[in-house]
Design a protein around this ligand. Structure first.
Ligand SMILES: [Zn+2]
Length: 113
């Protein structure tokens, strides 16, 4: 496990928050639901694509996504609810979303801690 800058996790948190705003309904067990909802990771992917607001910034989207995925795959976190699971960040995020039914906003706050 290599060290991933903390700012990448903050950027991931921002991506989830941005994605959650685009789809207010939360999905469980799937990235995007038939009803137009998204789970925390679905929101992260959608939010990451939507992040650059001005066209000049849009050019930087590729490295940003690479860093986002790097953070998702190479950071291991322990489940904050206390069930002793220790998994890569993407799996923990799905676990919090699907098993503990955390809201995407709760997951965002946890990532920012
Ligand atoms: Zn857990």
């Amino acid at each position: 496990m290599h060290q991933v800058p903390r700012e990448d996790q903050l950027e991931l948190a921002d991506a989830i928050a941005a994605g959650a705003k685009r789809r207010p309904e939360q999905a469980f067990g799937e990235y995007f639901s038939d009803h137009g909802g998204s789970c925390a990771l679905g929101a992260a992917y959608e939010g990451a694509y939507a992040l650059p607001r001005d066209p000049h910034e849009a050019r930087s989207i590729r490295p940003r996504l690479d860093r986002l995925f790097d953070c998702l795959e190479n950071v291991r976190r322990r489940c904050p609810v206390g069930c002793n699971k220790r998994l890569p960040l993407n799996a923990i995020i799905l676990h919090l979303n699907d098993d503990h039914h955390w809201t995407r906003e709760q997951i965002v706050e946890w990532l920012k801690q």
